[in-house]
Write a new protein. Structure first.
Lengths: 227, 152
């Protein structure tokens, strides 16, 4: 995948993620509605491909305004990832035609790799993750399970220990997937299924769309470094 | 000063820590009470947005595209964590206001109008200590009027 194609695909996927997020804010308070209507319009323009450098800049400014009105991210890691993707896209546009463009977009790929690798590392260091207790806690009393019936999964100690190790190993080994485009494709499919599962069990739908939006950067990065 | 604050908010996005679920922290539950006067002392605490018994697969699928209520609930979890975390008084006030505003809006959507004149919430944190779950009230909000000038 060429750099230009990867940037364009990222714009489209991120634009879709922003449209999805923005629509969710249109039914509530008027101050939110105004900001997210503007964001919705800009995201549609980004998908269409109109003046994408300027649109990225305006979306970044709007992102900062949204960050300020909520005194932080509205949706934790998903919003932060959105700002990261947006910042890297904007910098890539700013540095168009120079080597800095690759650095800006490559930074997004690097952070995507770290998002899995560091998450796996911190879990591996925690004995409660290694023995499955942490995942039992997630199901038993954290704010995330979307229904009471899901809390019963906390009783399945062996299943959750296996799940914990599956997540830890996948996240830690994720960087090795860069060895070939085939292994990266497989890893990204597994990662997307992981985010989809989190969306179903914990209602983290925004994480799915915004992480997938960053995938073109790593596909380009793999080809640039290893091919 | 505003610019500095914005940069402070943006930095964790540009240089993320990626330590998702590093440890499972005490988890907040929001409980609210509807009051007939600002000084009412006996209060019934009700859980805000209790979870349904189950969520059908088709609904989970739909929520991939449309999940505003749950995402708002997750934002309120963040607000609750900010209140008991090492946040500034400005952030605590903002979080308290956001929770009160959204509880009131939720109640108005459900009941059209409120007969109670005041509203208050508290944060109960659930955590595991050894093998048992414990609950601790970590914060009680101010009493907020639900009608009239004070309610705005």
């Amino acid at each position: 995948m060429t750099l230009e194609a990867a940037i364009r695909l990222t714009e489209i996927l991120m634009g879709f993620a922003f449209v999805q997020q923005s629509i969710e804010h249109l039914t509530v308070f008027s101050n939110e509605r105004r900001l997210f209507l503007a964001r919705l319009a800009l995201a549609v323009l980004l998908i269409i491909g109109v003046q994408t450098a300027w649109i990225s800049f305006l979306l970044l400014l709007l992102g900062l305004a949204i960050l300020t009105i909520f005194q932080g991210p509205y949706n934790g890691g998903a919003d932060r990832m959105g700002l990261l993707v947006l910042s890297c896209l904007f910098l890539a546009h700013l540095a168009q035609g120079s080597r800095w463009q690759e650095l800006a977009f490559g930074y997004l790929a690097l952070q995507l790799i770290l998002s899995y690798f560091i998450s796996g590392g911190v879990k591996l260091l925690n004995p409660e993750w290694r023995n499955g207790q942490a995942l039992r806690d997630v199901f038993q009393f954290s704010a995330y399970p979307v229904s009471k019936s899901l809390r019963q999964l906390s009783q399945s100690a062996r299943l959750l220990q296996s799940m914990s190790w599956a997540v830890i190993l996948f996240e830690l080994l994720f960087p090795l997937a860069l060895i070939s485009s085939g292994s990266l494709t497989v890893a990204l499919i597994i990662a997307a299924i992981f985010h989809l599962t989190n969306a179903f069990l914990f209602g983290l739908n925004r994480f799915f769309w915004i992480w997938v939006a960053a995938y073109p950067s790593i596909i380009w990065f793999q080809a640039r470094i290893f091919s | 000063m505003k610019l500095l604050q914005t940069i402070k908010l943006l930095l964790p996005a540009l240089i993320p820590s990626w330590n998702f679920f590093e440890s499972i922290a005490p988890s907040p539950r929001i409980q609210y009470s509807l009051l007939n006067s600002a000084s009412q002392t006996n209060k019934d605490w009700l859980e805000f947005r209790p979870r349904p018994q189950s969520v059908p697969f088709t609904k989970m699928l739909k929520r991939m595209l449309w999940n505003p209520r749950w995402n708002e609930s997750l934002f309120l979890v963040s607000c609750a964590e900010r209140i008991v975390g090492n946040s500034s008084s400005e952030i605590i006030l903002h979080s308290e206001q956001e929770i009160l505003k959204r509880i009131k809006n939720d109640l108005l959507q459900k009941h059209q109008s409120l007969t109670a004149t005041h509203l208050q919430f508290r944060l109960v944190f659930v955590q595991r200590q050894n093998k048992t779950l414990t609950e601790e009230v970590a914060f009680i909000s101010r009493v907020q009027a639900t009608i009239g000038e004070e309610a705005r």
